[in-house]
Design a protein around this ligand. Structure first.
Ligand SMILES: [Zn+2]
Ligand SMILES: [Zn+2]
Ligand SMILES: [Zn+2]
Ligand SMILES: [Zn+2]
Length: 298
């Protein structure tokens, strides 16, 4: 019987073929020599990729009697037969590969975006999910936009693809208008982006139901990390006829999506009845003037 190509653990770890693009850099700490020699190959990375789903494998890594490896998720799905050679899988752990993975130290996958951190294989994923260099999601709230990138790229994307209003300066004055506001229970207005203090902020305005009450909410998000937001403060004001509602807050990072900010009520919330009162006239049209200011904390 012919045995198909085997990825058995004993023979497949060639550590010699350097792939220059993927050679990780190392911290200069003493004693990393052993790890360095193991992790300098592209083929080890490939071995640690599940051949079925192509995700990185984590213990317990399983293998068939012929040595084909697969991840735990895939093992649960293939009804006890190796997807590569169709042999019965059984319950064979691939401890050698698990140990090799443990010895690897790899650069963060956001290295090309500026991260210089190096992490052990098993904790790399955790770091990457929180890495401050990971791309941001597009902050546009009107549709499910899947574009990701760094801040300059997203600012260009908002301008070119979403046609958002861009403003320079740290004060603003915006009018939100809607006819037949009583028929609207969920709406997102066009984002406005402000550029000041060398950073970007976006102003959101949304209509939704707070419990049973229709409300409008305005809030500011910061195009940057959560840790940077505390340098800034902002205020929002809405009103007419010598009445006004004001809000003072700290912009939220765009790491928090607009829905999360909305659900935490972290902004100026205006009940529809009051919004229509501020709009004046017949209650058939929403005409709300929102003014605001962004400042830098000392
Ligand atoms: Zn898999
Ligand atoms: Zn197999
Ligand atoms: Zn990183
Ligand atoms: Zn977008």
């Amino acid at each position: 019987m012919e045995i198909p190509e085997s990825h058995s653990m004993e023979c497949e770890f060639s550590t010699g073929d350097f792939d220059n693009d993927r050679v990780p850099s190392y911290k200069s700490s003493a004693g990393s020599g052993v790890k360095a020699s193991l992790s300098s190959t592209g083929s080890v990375h490939e071995l640690l990729e599940c051949p079925v789903c192509t995700n990185s494998m984590y213990p317990p890594i399983h293998q068939c009697p012929n040595g084909h490896t697969l991840c735990l998720n895939c093992k649960a799905r293939v009804q006890n037969h190796c997807p590569t050679c169709h042999q019965e899988l059984g319950n064979i752990r691939c401890l050698a590969l698990e140990k090799v993975a443990e010895s690897l130290e790899l650069p963060c996958r956001h290295q090309n975006l500026g991260c210089s951190e190096i992490h052990p294989y098993y904790s790399k994923l955790k770091h990457e999910q929180l890495c401050r260099f990971r791309p941001y999601n597009c902050p546009y709230a009107g549709s499910e936009c899947l574009v990701t990138g760094d801040i300059p790229m997203l600012v260009a994307h908002l301008k070119n693809d979403h046609k958002v209003d861009m403003h320079d300066g740290c004060t603003f004055n915006h009018r939100y208008v809607k006819s037949n506001p009583n028929e609207v229970e969920n709406a997102t207005w066009m984002l406005t982006v402000f550029s000041c203090y060398g950073h970007y902020f976006c102003l959101h305005f949304e209509a939704f139901l707070l419990g049973m009450t229709p409300v409008y909410m305005a809030f500011l998000r910061f195009l940057g990390e959560d840790s940077e937001t505390r340098q800034f403060g902002y205020s929002l004001e809405v009103g007419s006829n010598d009445r006004k509602l004001t809000w003072q807050g700290v912009p939220r990072s765009i790491r928090d999506n607009h829905r999360k900010v909305r659900d935490s009520y972290d902004g100026l919330i205006i009940h529809r009845n009051m919004a229509l009162f501020f709009s004046g006239g017949s209650r058939q049209e929403l005409k709300l003037r929102v003014t605001g200011r962004i400042w830098k904390e000392q």
